[in-house]
Design a protein around this ligand. Sequence first.
Ligand code: GLC
Length: 439
Amino acid sequence: MKLRTFFYGMGIGALVIAAAAMGWTFLAGPGAREGGRAGQKVVISALMHVDITGAWHELVARFNEENPDVEMHYIEGPWSTDTREALYTTSFLAGESPYDMVFMDVIWVPKFAAAGWLEDLTDWLPPEQWKEFLPGDLEGSKHQGRIYRVPMYSDVGMLFYRRDLLEAAGLEPPTTWQDLIVMAQKLQKPPQLWGYVWQGKQYEGLSCNLLEVLQGFGGSWVDPVTQEVGLDQPEAAAALQLMHDLIHKHKISPPGVTTYQEEEARQIFQSGNAVFQRNWPYAWVLAHQEQSPVKGKVGMAPMVSQKGQDGSGAQGGSGFGIYKYSKHKRAAWRFIVFATSSRAQKFLHLQEGRIPTRHALFRDPDLLEKSPHLSTVYQAFQNTALRPPLPNYAQLSDIVQRHASAALTGKVPVREALRRASAETGYVVARAAEAKPGQ
Ligand code: GLC
C-alpha cells in the first residue's frame, strides 16, 4: 500500500511540469489535442500480458483519472509472447484492429514495422530524449534506422540461486554449467527441492533459454549480418544435449520443466522448491515480497556458460508502438508518454520488478536502496544474447521451439532435431534473402 502511494503521490500537475521540463511534446503529441465530441471520451486500448500483480491496472486507472477525456482499456491477453503476437497479427491482417497501441516484445518490431502496421515514432521525441533510453532497448525499437517503439521495460535472462543454501554449504554462485550441475546435485532433494528450473515449454521462452546456452558454448543461431545458420555446428549440439541432460541424465530439472513458462518456474523457486532458476529479473522483486517464503534468501547472477566462455542472458523487453491506422494516435501517445515516464517505470519496478529502460533510474538512490540487484542487471546488459532481429523472426523461433522441444521430451535424438532445425532455418533465411535481394 505504501508503495502504491508512492506512485499515486504524483499528481497530474507534477506530471505535466516534469514532462514539460523534459521537453516532451506529449500532451498533444505531434499535433493538436485529440478528443471525442464534447463530453465524449476517446477510448484507446492495447492487448497486454496477464497482470500478475495488479500493478498495470493501477497504472491505467491512474492515467484514466488524470485524463478525463481519454479512457485506456488494458486488454488482458495470454502470458505467452508468441500467442499475443499472433493475436495482434491476426487483427492487423483483418484490417480492423481494435488496438490503438501495440505492446511489443523486442522481437516483434522488425516484422510489424516491415509490414507497415506501425507509426514511425522517430520524430515524436527529440533525439536527445531518445538517448535517455538504454541502448539495447532503443536498438530493439528500430527497424531500418527508424524508431517504432518507446521502451517500457527491459529484460535480460539471469540466474537466480538460493543464497542461504549455497552459503550453508560453503559454495560460491556458479559461473559454469559444470559447477551448477555439481552444486544442484549436491543440494537438491527432489521432488521437494529441485536443482534447477527454467523455461522448457515449446514457446518463445524456450528459444531464449536455448540461445543463452548456445551462446554460452560459443555458438550462434542465425548471424544477423552474414545470415549464417549455426544450428548444425558442434556448439549447438553441445548446448541442446546439455539442456536434455539437465532433465534426463543429471536429473537436476524436473521432467515437467518441458511444460514450464516463466511463471511456473518462478512459482516453484519462490515456494522454496528449487535451488537454481533461470528467469527474467522481475522474479527478484517478487521473490522479495512480504509473503514470499524465500524473502532475503535469494541471489542473482549472470547466466552460466561453458568454461572459458562468457555467460550472457537473452536481451528481452517490451515497449509501446502505435497502430498505423488507429484513429486515436494522439491519445495513444499521451498514454505511452505517461506509461514510459520515469515515475511509471519506477512504480512498475517496485510493484512487479520490471526493469526500467531509462538510464537515469539505474542511478536513482531510492531505487538502488530498495533494489540493490539493479546494478547486477545493469552489468548483465553489457553482454546480452540477441535473437536474430529479422522480420521473419517468428518463423525462425517456431522452428527452433518445435525441434528443441522434440529433443527435450525425448521424441527425437538431439542431433536429428538440430539437423531438421538447421535445414528448415536455412530454407527460411534463403527465401527471405531471395524476396529482398541485397539485404
Ligand atoms: C520476456 C521477455 C521477452 C521474451 C519473453 C519470452 O517477456 O521480455 O523479450 O520474448 O520473455 O517468454
